[in-house]
Design a protein around this ligand. Structure first.
Ligand SMILES: [Zn+2]
Length: 394
């Protein structure tokens, strides 16, 4: 018998679409999809924070008795990776292989639960072609100039996830390479499902001419293939809400007629020196560099100190503070037995663990959980179990 009586709880999580904290109520198997990397550069702390958020959520869901299946795709064909491969003079799949290995090593160092599956976009060309065919048949897409576009005017709820008005969406689509002035488009917000490749780019045969997939269709095809029509939790960095997730929703629901996602989880961006960390700005802190200097467990704690939802700034104080906290927790727990179950089968009474559970159930309040364990440790009690639920091994 397990300690189920003590674990009862419901994870309440902010949902981007409803704009409120709402209970997450998956079945026995919780399905999650976190938008993965484009493997052309190393993982920075912004990536780590996204995947760590999905990791902590999975740990609490497993603690509640759910099985979790978290898909993390790899966008191994898109504008960014093709441009970088061109610059380096290497094959784009060789670049992808190298960066995927580095990314997996970084995430393993941080103690992340391995993804249930880590499918690559290039593994799903057949599914992508089938899905584009279905979007066309459903009357939500059109062909022009060798490309296939989604027709946003046919999807009434377009914008319902991001809550943005039309001019804002047009401006943001332009920023994200959406090319609103493309003369083949009927509406500036229409987005590419299939596009002709440039002469030196990879190209696949299709009914609409040779080419390659658009950015958004890959995630819809992979989510449908791996997890079915409706995913319990889908998300990624806050910057993916629009256009990426809005477009995914439109094309998926147009075909299935069913809700694509029950709960949208978006993670705030990590800044450095007053600006969002991004590859284009070059102001990045890489996980691979931090692990050379610091214990990975301390890096994990440094990230957990920040709530997942708001944007935040990385500073020189983050790592020393996390290392000191880890030291204090270990000092309090070393040689102190965690509270025992009084009888075999009875729930474990562990105040630290219960506090972590209740903080996680409140929109994954990891800063609150850390502060609670600080107080437990300061009172001389072992925090092994509470830390363990956060994936922190003492
Ligand atoms: Zn995606």
């Amino acid at each position: 018998m397990d300690a189920g009586a003590d674990r009862r709880g419901v994870v309440r999580l902010y949902d981007t679409a409803r704009r409120e904290v709402a209970p997450l109520d998956p079945g026995p198997v919780a399905t999650l999809y976190s938008c993965g990397i484009t493997p052309y550069d190393s993982a920075h702390l912004g990536h780590a924070q996204v995947y760590l958020t999905f990791d902590v959520l999975q740990r609490r869901l497993r603690d509640l008795g759910h099985e979790t299946r978290c898909v993390r795709n790899v966008t191994d064909v898109d504008d960014d990776i093709l441009r970088k491969a061109r610059e380096l003079g290497v094959h784009y799949l060789d670049l992808a292989a190298e960066e995927i290995a580095r990314f997996d090593a970084d995430m393993a160092a941080l103690g992340l639960i391995a993804a249930w599956s880590e499918p690559r976009a290039t593994s799903a060309i057949a599914e992508i072609l089938t899905l584009i065919g279905s979007v066309l048949e459903s009357g939500h897409a059109y062909q022009a100039g060798g490309a296939v576009y989604f027709d946003v005017t046919t999807f009434e709820r377009f914008g319902a996830l991001s809550h943005l008005d039309q001019p804002t969406m047009v401006a943001m689509a332009a920023e994200h390479g959406g090319n609103p002035d493309d003369p083949n488009k009927r509406n500036p917000l229409d987005f590419v499902l299939w596009q002709p490749s440039l002469p030196d780019e990879p190209s696949w045969e299709s009914r609409w001419g040779p080419g390659r997939p658009g950015w958004h269709i890959e995630c819809s095809a992979l989510a449908l293939r791996e997890l079915g029509e409706t995913v319990d939790v889908h998300g990624g960095g806050r910057d993916l809400v629009f256009p990426h997730h809005e477009c995914e929703t439109a094309q998926s629901e147009s075909v299935t007629g069913r809700p694509f996602v029950r709960h949208w989880l978006h993670v705030g961006l990590v800044g450095l020196d007053g600006t969002k960390m991004s590859k284009s700005l070059g102001n990045l802190v890489f996980v691979g560099d931090l692990v050379k200097e610091w214990e990975p467990t301390a890096i994990r704690l440094a990230l957990l100190h920040h709530h997942y939802r708001p944007d935040w700034e990385w500073t020189d104080e983050d790592m020393p503070r996390a290392a000191a906290r880890l030291h204090a927790w270990r000092a309090a727990s070393l040689g102190v037995a965690p509270p025992d179950a009084p009888d075999a089968g009875a729930p474990v009474a562990d105040p630290g663990l219960d506090l972590v559970r209740s903080f996680l159930d409140d929109d994954l309040d990891t800063p609150g959980a850390l502060a609670a364990l600080d107080a437990e440790a300061a009172a001389g009690r072992s925090v092994v179990r509470g830390a363990g639920l956060l994936g922190v091994t003492l």
